[in-house]
Write a protein that binds this ligand. Structure first.
Ligand code: 2AM
Length: 169
């Protein structure tokens, strides 16, 4: 199984990012809006027996909700993608990202939260400002990716809530 932890957008955020993508004259292969996400921790190919361990990691996370903004259209030449990226990462996003990557034993890479809008892009799109998309993260998910088709098919295996600090516990 090819697995990763991700933030999955709600309908409103998906619509706003879709609108942004439509305004760009993108070549390459556009990502279907139903597949928009922010990867938090990429686990990769693992045997199905590892699933329970990853679900336990997801269950054990105690991290607060946070808000961040996708506010920058960027062309990343080497992976050949155009992304809607977050120029800054709030502490809540850094905390969740760090917790998950440490739990699965990944080295600390630079966090660059982003939604991939198009793949196999070889020409930079005309530079364009982006109206910031405000994304309230209230949960995160474990996703299974099937890369067999033209475009990856994603299945949400499990979703866990982030802590709402306004709630009385
Ligand atoms: P992306 O987030 O930049 O689009 C599922 O494949 C998701 O994990 C994709 O969204 C993809 O990139 C990301 N991903 C794929 N391979 C990766 C890798 N080797 N390291 C980190 N992230 C990866």
């Amino acid at each position: 199984m090819r697995l990763f932890f991700a933030l999955w957008p709600d309908c409103d955020v998906t619509r706003q990012i879709t609108d942004t993508a439509h305004q760009l004259n993108l070549e390459g292969r556009r990502v279907d809006p139903k597949n928009y996400h922010v990867t938090l921790a990429f686990v990769g190919e693992v045997p199905a027996t590892k699933l329970a361990v990853l679900q336990q990691i997801g269950r054990s996370v105690r991290a607060p909700q946070f808000t961040f903004e996708c506010d920058s259209i960027e062309f990343w030449r080497e992976p050949q993608v155009v992304v809607a990226a977050a120029r800054t990462a709030p502490p809540g996003l850094v905390a969740l990202w760090t917790t998950l990557n440490e739990a699965i034993g990944l080295p600390r890479e630079r966090l660059r939260a982003h939604v991939t809008l198009a793949r196999k892009v070889t020409q930079a799109p005309v530079p364009q400002a982006m109206s910031p998309v405000v994304w309230r993260a209230t949960n995160f998910s474990l996703i299974c990716s099937d890369t067999g088709g033209v475009e990856s098919a994603y299945t949400v295996l499990d979703t866990w809530s982030l802590l709402d600090k306004t709630e009385n516990h």
